[in-house]
Design a binder for this molecule. Structure first.
Ligand code: PMP
Ligand code: GLN
Length: 382
């Protein structure tokens, strides 16, 4: 979101949430759940506050949480990061992304992402003075155009920044895509930074961490967040794991961004990460049901619907309704029908914005009655 003169504007999430609040619209724009996560996690945060866990945590995170993160990576993926040297707790995934990019890139380097891309990627790459190169994800399944991805790599590619499952498209990358990314990262000696915040939010397909692909581990840093998995987006607890030399460089940068992250929330999230497998399968199936309700409502309202395999976002094509410009529509929609959404072109550079001009993203991490009401309101657009 760096504009042509290099300035940073207001994020689209802030803009649309403010608009939703001022118009009283249902906010299916910014992705945050309208119900809190598990009661035992909340109770653990309250207990930690009462017990006096209220001063700075160690910069790399409290030991219980780093151990819980390592145990989670082993339980779900068979990966075994050392909690002492290969795991760092961050202030949300946002800080992990920023600290990692700042650690690895110098002005003039290139960072490769797919497009559309999550908004903070473009901003941090710009702030670091690097060049942001993109390869498109193409409808209907939003998987990469492999040839375009290959030609987007160059000798200057320092980092390939993956996001899987992917925001905003909801794509979940199959193994062959990840294998190709790893081959190219090895060929060009690039670091793979993998934002996997939606790792547990997939529907009938399995999330594969890129770090588990042969040849990837020594050059991959994996990022995740308690906001998505446990529905506590406001706690801003994230983390990353990867080989010690890469993690040490990121830790050095993190010291000067936030120094450390919220102490009582860290011990509560350690409790969350130890929840049984049924918790994890439960969040995915609950969300899949919500996805299906909203998808059906959006179809009935006349949109072209791209059913996502992961995340809590659905993309629709507004063209079947005779609407070509989703940015313009998103600005009017709260006033027009009382629903807010995010236009996909804001996650793109100009060429990609043209390609995604009629795409609009709706979040479905909301109560079913809210989704049904939103769908009924959208049906009046016709
Ligand atoms: N990466 C992606 C792909 C996201 O969708 C989000 C959204 N919340 C983040 C990072 C930021 O996560 P956090 O709130 O933990 O900073
Ligand atoms: N990740 C959330 C989304 O994509 C919002 C995060 C934010 O507001 N920065 O909607």
């Amino acid at each position: 979101l760096l504009s042509a003169d290099g300035s940073l504007g207001v994020t689209i999430f802030e803009e649309m949430t403010t608009l939703a609040m001022s118009t009283g619209a249902i906010n299916l724009g910014q992705g945050f759940p309208d119900e809190d996560g598990p009661a035992e996690i909340k109770a653990a945060a309250q207990a930690a506050i009462t017990a006096g866990a209220n001063q700075y945590a160690p910069g790399k995170g409290i030991p219980e949480l780093r151990e819980a993160i390592a145990a989670h990576q082993e339980r779900f993926y068979g990966l075994t990061p050392d909690p002492q040297t290969e795991v760092v707790v961050t202030t949300g995934a946002t800080e992990a992304i920023a600290a990692a990019l700042l650690a690895f890139i110098e002005p003039g380097d290139e960072v490769l992402t797919f497009e559309p891309f999550y908004d903070s990627y473009g901003a941090i790459i710009g702030l670091a003075g690097a060049k942001h190169v993109t390869a498109p994800l193409l409808a209907p399944d939003f998987l990469p155009d492999v040839d375009a991805m290959e030609s987007a790599f160059s000798e200057r590619t320092k980092v390939v920044l993956l996001n899987n499952p992917h925001n905003p498209t909801g794509a979940v990358f199959p193994r062959e895509v990840l294998v190709r990314v790893v081959e190219l990262a090895r060929k060009y000696d690039a670091v793979i930074l993998s934002d996997e915040v939606y790792e547990h939010l997939t529907f009938g397909v399995q999330h594969l961490p890129v770090a588990g692909i042969p040849g990837a581990a020594e050059r991959s840093v994996t990022i995740s967040s308690a906001g998505k998995t446990f529905s506590f987006t406001g706690w801003k607890i994230g983390w990353l794991s990867g080989p010690a030399h890469l993690v040490a460089a990121i830790r050095t940068v993190k010291q000067f961004l936030s120094y450390s992250s919220g102490t009582p929330f860290q011990s509560a999230i350690a409790v969350g990460l130890a929840l049984p497998d049924e918790f994890y399968s439960g969040i995915a199936s609950t969300l899949q049901h919500k996805r299906d309700i909203l998808a059906e409502g959006l179809r009935a309202a006349g949109f072209g619907v791209y059913t996502p395999q992961g995340t809590y976002f659905i993309n629709v094509d507004t063209a079947p309704l005779g609407i070509r410009d989703s940015v313009d529509l998103a600005r009017k929609l709260p006033e027009l029908v009382g629903v807010a959404a995010i236009p996909v072109p804001v996650f793109c550079h100009p060429e990609g914005a043209e390609r995604t001009r009629s795409l609009l993203r709706f979040a479905f991490c909301k109560k079913t009655e809210v989704l049904e009401e939103a769908a009924a309101r959208l049906a009046t657009l016709r």
